[in-house]
Ligand binder design. Sequence first.
Ligand SMILES: [Zn+2]
Length: 195
Amino acid sequence: MAWEPKPWKRPPTSSKNREGYEGARLVCPHCSQDARFVERRPKWCQSLLGTIQVVRPYYHCRRCRRGHIPWDQAAGLGVAALTPAASEVASIAGVRTSFARSAEVTLQKRCGLRLSESTVQRVTEAAGQRLSELQHQKVKLGADRVWPWQRDACGKSCAYAGLDATGVRQQGEHGAKADGRMGLCGHSLQSAQRA
Ligand SMILES: [Zn+2]
């Protein structure tokens, strides 16, 4: 199964499922009992075009006493009420430089997104967690690529593979001692390029 970027889809707005309204009751996703519609609740979200307010139906389950808002899930509202696009941009910035610099400089200068350092950290770490889950599920990322391998004297395709590792020191919470990590970088060289 290959992963491909998907454009954001507007949540369903048919008469049956209007802006997240799924009827007077729905199945509670936490305990599978009935959750009833309570009211439409407003929420402020951060988008790439600025802060926007959305109003969506809120359901509550009496049994487990938890609330559920189907629209948030359908719209892909992520950590810290960021839209999917804002979340993606924030996490891209978060992996390229420090969370503090991303929040104070990169995101503001590039797209006017004003987030706190801790929000950039949470969004980036959540994206990393999702990526880790995809890797565990052995989902191939990126499109298929055909490599134009060189052929040796016997006509067999061949290449040189290289692997390098570097240690990255880690620091635990509140400066606590933590195990270091090892980053690995692999590359392949074709015989003609190597020469
Ligand atoms: Zn419940």
